[in-house]
Design a protein. Structure first.
Lengths: 517, 517
């Protein structure tokens, strides 16, 4: 099912000039996506997996899932064999949703980037890391917490472009609240196109904005290319429990109809939008996501789609959402197995945390979220960089700290090298007992590539560190992102396409009202 | 091979009074040790494991391992079939070291605590978490970094006693540098006995100090009990590469001869004490540790022992040791598999870090070290709390932050509950689509035990958190350990045994010179 065609779309005009510019573009400093030699970590046996699938089937058949305000989606389900009662509640015969997904949704697909070297494989043995998504606030050490602006949005697109371990430019990397809501999507999609050449996500707040996102991709990639290839993801939340509102279902169908990939994400905080026990919330999550991915296939057989999972816990003291807890970790591992059985790519995890600052709490919670996502074999890891404060704020410092962590998982994913050089028998013979390896020939030949080194880790002695100002990681991260942004150079973009995009945006802006919210 | 006898040792006198005191002692707030329903994460296949074993065999046979200054140990190896050349280099026929271990070392054993409810199982499906070990410095937010004292030592013993997720009191929780080196071990062992009732570790700096530690255990537990049961661990470092100094080998033999458990730990920073490539360093580590565990069996067949692993990476910029990197993580996972094949308990991991402060770096590095230790199925996790600055400093704040993290792994280890209550079908029927679960009967019945909650995580809103002083986790941790210490109450200790211990210490102190170092 894998698309492996990574050829750049045909160029409409200015091909020679664009080719010159492309040659000037730097090659990616790291692989375009992560490929794992390590198998995922499996914690459930066949019987357990069957029980969860059966419970998910039962939820869809007996309780049903409502689609509120999308008659066409209801009709698609009716024709597929579901029963619709009480106007909008879809009761799906046991197993049908899973069958619809297994029958035609691709287990792996390529999301093409405008720089073909940046195209990513989503599914199989691959993982794609994307920045955090959707925060109204941004924060940094010097300026503090404030509403996000388009300038912040562009900064995060630039930082993602500059980060070797982020494979994806993401979507709403922060809300640019200085732009009217009705026009915001145009500026966001344009920023991804202009300031990065990595793959990105389109708008999902309405079907019309999703259509705008797709139209802009048609201008960037060319219409025929877009028809045949996935160039855009749209991240759509389910209104858990067991409701898909009509706008969301139309957005899902808009992406699918254009052969673009909807990421279908149940949003469940246990005890609020689902049961407080993990197995129940997990079965619900799997039922809702499978239902939505099945809808993509009813809209267009073979359209790419991603099974999403955003499942977390809550504080017993306050009811606030909590992150990095062990229950969601177990749910990640379980849903990884379920997604592989179903044969559809999985989104889960990220560097999630509840902390208000990029301190030890933020780092622990993030690691406790990223490790299980990695172990679960998650194919698309949204919120992999910058996430702070339960997703309410995007942090400049946390962004570069998270990216540093993502790098290490590339080494982990590659597993243990077991060739002759790795075993180093000649070095043992050279050195023998009781002597050190610092000057050994084998050490000199290998040390430069031997270990992953965190950019933002300080490994100096206490004395050296004190002399340099006793700076913690947060302080060093503040310096780091500013340096990165100062050195930013945009990737080349064909002037004619840029002009076409700008003209499209101007035209749309003129007909869209300046809605503030 | 498991010892399951958890009966308290026979009381020499004052039994009735002690029984009354024991009844006043609080029951442990958490299990005495972690038990896992999740299987370890395995990354190597049979062929890969055989290759590492073969390389380890070849290192011991061809290169050999030196024992410098312990003629008895050399003689034990000679009699077992090894060849000794160049005075002290032991060449072990391929496979012999592993055979000696497999033949008689217990795969699981009980380390008894003076409070039987605190005895721990080491091996099998169990993990035991112990505090960090060996730092000359201590640090806290108010007083800063300074040399450790006996008062600090006692504080950390008390904090470990009060921490529900630490199963073990550890050993040299910091160096009490205000006590002469020659007498320090007496005060350290006594502090573990007096201020905690969890299991602990004895001295390993010389065979005489190891013997003192064992003698003191004889007084606490009774001689006949000690002869039959493991009550003491001794953590012995190998002088990697491929050297065991005579003092270390005598300490190993002293513990084994008394039926107490030596933890045999190669100390390898890749590129310095072993090859810079992980497979080579791993094979070396496995060879050295197996050699030492085999020595325990040559000394006393069936003596408990633990296969250790302290393998880390180094900075390419400075040559400083680095922690939380992916290469040691892979080595943990591999050695977990090797230890299970060999049938001997494994020590690895901990909350290791290179950071000089308990900041985000410290937390990330620690999580990146603890996760693979957990996944590897490590049975004894030393350095699980307090470790800072590559082990040079013990941090009060990091200690309580680490303990908080350890708690979560208990939930993770238990795996996903898949019973009827967990699936919550009745709750789905009660709530249906589009309504929340906050007031559902199922939520009310389950929410108190539903989620692990980190003591030191702040999950409040930004506004609440700001009003409360915008405190990061480090600041909250500073408050936490002080509150814990203020509320500390010692566990009851039989006065006669206490007196006997004090008399022994006074006697030994009178004959030991006041060596400063």
């Amino acid at each position: 099912m894998s698309e492996t065609d990574s050829s750049f779309p045909a160029r409409p005009r200015g091909a020679a000039r664009e080719a010159r510019k492309a040659r000037r573009a730097l090659p990616p400093a790291a692989p375009a996506f992560l490929t794992r030699r390590l198998a995922p970590y499996e914690i459930l046996d066949e019987e357990a997996l069957l029980r969860i699938e059966q419970q998910a089937d039962q939820l869809l058949e007996e309780i049903g899932m409502e689609i509120r305000g999308d008659a066409e989606a209801l009709e698609l389900w009716r024709r597929a064999g579901a029963t619709v009662r009480e106007h909008c509640r879809v009761h799906v015969p046991a197993g049908l949703a899973r069958q619809l997904v297994s029958a035609s949704a691709p287990a792996q697909f390529t999301q093409h980037a405008r720089n073909a070297a940046r195209s990513v494989e989503i599914g199989g043995r691959h993982s794609v890391f994307a920045p955090a998504y959707g925060s109204p606030f941004v924060t940094d050490l010097a300026r503090g917490r404030r509403y996000g602006t388009l300038a912040d949005f562009e900064n995060f697109v630039k930082l993602a472009y500059l980060s070797p371990w982020l494979h994806h430019s993401g979507g709403t990397v922060c809300e640019p609240v200085d732009v009217p809501v009705s026009q915001r999507h145009l500026d966001m999609v344009y920023a991804h196109m202009r300031y990065s050449d990595k793959p990105f996500m389109g708008s999902v707040t309405s079907a019309a904005r999703a259509a705008d996102s797709i139209e802009m991709c048609r201008l960037l990639f060319g219409g025929p290319f877009l028809e045949q290839h996935c160039v855009l993801l749209g991240n759509v939340n389910v209104n858990s429990p067991l409701v898909l509102d009509g706008e969301a279902s139309r957005v899902i169908r808009t992406y699918a109809a254009a052969n673009q990939a909807a990421v279908c994400v149940p949003f469940i905080l246990g005890g609020a939008m689902g049961p407080v026990t993990t197995a129940g919330a997990l079965a619900q999550c799997f039922a809702e996501a499978t239902f939505c991915v099945a809808l993509t296939q009813l809209e267009r057989k073979g359209a790419p789609a991603i099974l999403g999972n955003f499942l977390s816990s809550m504080s017993l003291r306050s009811g606030a959402p909590t992150f990095g807890t062990p229950e969601p970790a177990l749910a990640y591992l379980a849903i990884g197995q379920l997604a592989r059985r179903l044969g559809v790519p999985l989104r889960c995890g990220g560097n999630l945390c509840a902390s208000k600052v990029p301190d030890a709490q933020a780092a622990s919670e993030s690691a406790n979220s990223l490790w299980p996502a990695f172990l679960a074999g998650a194919h698309f890891v949204l919120h992999a960089a910058g996430w702070l404060e339960a997703g309410l704020a995007m942090s400049y410092e946390k962004f570069v700290m998270d990216v540093d962590q993502l790098g290490a998982f590339h080494t982990l994913a590659a597993g243990l090298a077991l060739d002759e050089n790795a075993f180093a028998l000649a070095a043992f013979r050279e050195i023998g007992p009781g002597r050190h390896y610092l000057g050994a020939q084998h050490t000199l030949q290998n040390y430069e590539r031997a270990y992953y080194e965190f950019e933002l880790a300080d490994n100096a002695s206490y004395e050296q560190w004190s002399e340099a100002g006793s700076r913690d990681q947060l302080t060093r991260a503040h310096e780091r992102w500013q340096k990165l942004l100062a050195a930013y150079q945009p990737p080349p973009l064909d002037a004619a396409r840029d002009e076409a995009l700008r003209a499209y945006i101007a035209r749309r802006r003129s007909v869209l009202p300046d809605q503030i919210s």
